[in-house]
Design a protein around this ligand. Structure first.
Ligand code: FCB
Length: 487
C-alpha cells in the first residue's frame, strides 16, 4: 500500500494546476466493432473469466511465531513505537491460521472460482533457509485441500512482504545471495504443493515494498536507504524473481502458470488527442514501477529511467537480465486508481489533479478512478502481449455492524461495479483480460495503517473473530453467478 509521497515517486510527471476533466467523460476508447461491444455488455465476461478474491499471509493468518515458526520483518517492525498508526500488529490478525476452514466455507458461499493467498516464508523456514518447519507446510496442505474440495482454484503468491527476519539480519535484499535464498524457498514450496497447485505468482508489488520498506521507512523493515542502494535492492529483487521462476518451472509436477505482481497506477488520457494518448501510455511505464516492469517482460531496463538514474544504476552483468526475463504466462496487475494525464508543453506526461470533491475512498491515498481498469489492461497488454489478470482491486470504507446486524457498504458495491464495468469495456475493446481478484476477501491488517482500513467483503470483529459477510459479499456473489451480466 502506497502513501501519497510514495505514489509520487513511483510514477512519472508532476501534477499541474489545471483540474482534470472528469475522468472517462473525455477519453472514449479507440473504436472497436460496435457489435462486439454490445455483446460483451449484455453477456458479461468472457467464458473462462476467473472470478477471485485475495488476501496475504501476514495480513490475515496470525504470526507464524504463534505456531513456533520464524519471525518476519513485519513482526519486528510492528514493535517499533509509532510504526503502525493504531499501534497494532498482525500477531493475531484474522486468526486465519486456525479458522481457515470457516473462511473457505465462506469463499464457497461467495462462489469464488479462485482464491489468491500468499505463503508466509518464515512459517516454512524459520531461519529463511535450511531448517524446515513441518507444521507450517502442513497448514498450507490443509488449506489447499480444503480449497480444492470447495472447487476453488488456489493462486499462490510466494512473497507478499513478510520477509524472514533471519535473512534481514544477514543483509536481506542488499545481498546478491538473496536471489538464491528466494529461489531455494520457491523450489521447496513448489515441490511440495504443485501436485495440487498450478498458479504461481513470485513477488507482490516489489516497487511498494522496496520503496516504502527500504527508502521511506514506512513499511518493514523501516530502512531509509539512499537511491543508489535502492536500485541495488531492485536488481536483487528482480534477480530473485527470475531465479524464482526458473525454480518453479524446474520443480513443478504439472504444467504451471507463472506471473509477477506489479502495483500499477495507469495513465488515463485527458483527451483523445494523439499527444495525450502517448503521454498517458508513457506515464503508465514511468518511475520505479516502470523500472521494475521492462526487465521482467523484455529483459532491458527502460531507457527513460536509465537516463534519469544515470550513474546511480548499479553495475551488473548483462547475463542477469537474461535470468530476470524468464518467459511468463500472464501479466498480473494490482490497481486501485489511475491518474488523468495530458501531454505537457514538452510532450512529457503531466498528471492532472482530480476535480475538487472527486469521489474518494476511506483510505486517504485512494480516489475512485474506475477508468484505470480500462486503460491499464490496454497499455500493459499492448506492450507485453500477455493475458492480463487484475490480481487486486477494491476499496477501504468505514463499515460497521448496524443495529439489525447487517453491514451495508453501498459505496464498495458501487466502486466494484464501476471498476468491473470499465474492465468489461476494455475486454469489449480488445484487451485480453482473463480474471479479476477483489481485494480483499476479509477485513485485515492493513500494514502501517493497522486495522483502521477495512477492505473486506467480509467484516471481521477482531475482538471475537466473528465473520459477517457485508452487503458487497452478496453483490459480488450475484455478479459471479451471472458471470458479470448483472454489471
Ligand atoms: C496493496 C497490497 C495489499 C493491500 C492493498 C490494499 O498495495 O498488495 O497487501 O495492502 O494494497
Amino acid at each position: 500500500m502506497l502513501g501519497s509521497a510514495g505514489a509520487g515517486l513511483l510514477v512519472a510527471g508532476p501534477a499541474v494546476g489545471a483540474p482534470a476533466p472528469a475522468p472517462g467523460t473525455s477519453a472514449p476508447a479507440p473504436t472497436a466493432p460496435a457489435a462486439r461491444r454490445t455483446a460483451a455488455r449484455d453477456t458479461g465476461m468472457p467464458e473462462r473469466f476467473v472470478w477471485g478474491a485475495g488476501t496475504s499471509s501476514y495480513q490475515i493468518e496470525g504470526s507464524p511465531l504463534r505456531d513456533s515458526g520464524g519471525e518476519s520483518v513485519w513482526d519486528v517492525f510492528c514493535r517499533q513505537p509509532g510504526a503502525i498508526l493504531d499501534g497494532s500488529s498482525g500477531e493475531l490478525a484474522c486468526d486465519h491460521h486456525r479458522r481457515h476452514r470457516e473462511d473457505v466455507a465462506l469463499m464457497k458461499r461467495l462462489g469464488l472460482g479462485a482464491y489468491r493467498f500468499s505463503i508466509a516464508w518464515p512459517r516454512l523456514f524459520p531461519d529463511g533457509t535450511g531448517r524446515r518447519h513441518e507444521p507450517g507446510f502442513a497448514f498450507y496442505d490443509r488449506l489447499i485441500d480444503d480449497l480444492l474440495e470447495a472447487k476453488i482454484t488456489p493462486w499462490i503468491t510466494l512473497f507478499h512482504w513478510d520477509y524472514p527476519q533471519a535473512l534481514q539480519a544477514r543483509g536481506g535484499w542488499m545481498q546478491r545471495e538473496s536471489a538464491d535464498w528466494f529461489a531455494d524457498y520457491a523450489q521447496a514450496v513448489v515441490a511440495r504443493y504443485s501436485d495440487r497447485v498450478r498458479h504461481w505468482l513470485t513477488l507482490n508489488e516489489p516497487e511498494v515494498f522496496i520503496l516504502l520498506g527500504h527508502h521511506l521507512g514506512r513499511h518493514a523493515p523501516g530502512e531509509k536507504r539512499p537511491w543508489p542502494e535502492l536500485l541495488r535492492i531492485c536488481h536483487h529483487v528482480l534477480l530473485a524473481h527470475g531465479k524464482g521462476v526458473q525454480a518453479i518451472r524446474a520443480a513443478a509436477r504439472q504444467p504451471v502458470e507463472v506471473g509477477y505482481v506489479a502495483a500499477l497506477h495507469p495513465g488515463i488520457p485527458a483527451t483523445t488527442a494523439e499527444a495525450d494518448l502517448a503521454a498517458a501510455r508513457r506515464f503508465s511505464f514511468g518511475g520505479l514501477a516502470g523500472w521494475l516492469l521492462d526487465p521482467v517482460y523484455t529483459g532491458r531496463y527502460p531507457e527513460e529511467q536509465l537516463a534519469e538514474y544515470g550513474a546511480q544504476v548499479p553495475k551488473h552483468d548483462p547475463a542477469d537480465l537474461k535470468t530476470i526475463a524468464q518467459p511468463l504466462d500472464l501479466f498480473a496487475m494490482n490497481t486501485y486508481q489511475g491518474a488523468v494525464v495530458r501531454a505537457g508543453p514538452d510532450g512529457r506526461p503531466q498528471a492532472l489533479p482530480l476535480p475538487q470533491g472527486h469521489a474518494r475512498t476511506a483510505f486517504r491515498i485512494f480516489d475512485m478512478v474506475p477508468q484505470a481498469l480500462y486503460w491499464g489492461p490496454r497499455w500493459y497488454h499492448e506492450r507485453y502481449k500477455l493475458p492480463v489478470y487484475i490480481t487486486e482491486n477494491g476499496m477501504s470504507s468505514i463499515d460497521w455492524v448496524s443495529l439489525d446486524g447487517r453491514i451495508d457498504d453501498p459505496q464498495r458495491i458501487d466502486f466494484l461495479r464501476r471498476y468491473l464495468q470499465e474492465l468489461r469495456r476494455a475486454i469489449a475493446d480488445g484487451a485480453d483480460v482473463r480474471g479479476y481478484f477483489a481485494w480483499s476477501l476479509l477485513d485485515n491488517f492493513e500494514w502501517a495503517e493497522g486495522y483502521r482500513e477495512r477492505f473486506g467483503l467480509i467484516f471481521i470483529d477482531y475482538a471475537t473473530q466473528k465473520r459477517t459477510p457485508k452487503a458487497s459479499f452478496d453483490w459480488y456473489r450475484d455478479t459471479i453467478r451471472s458471470h458479470g451480466a448483472t454489471l
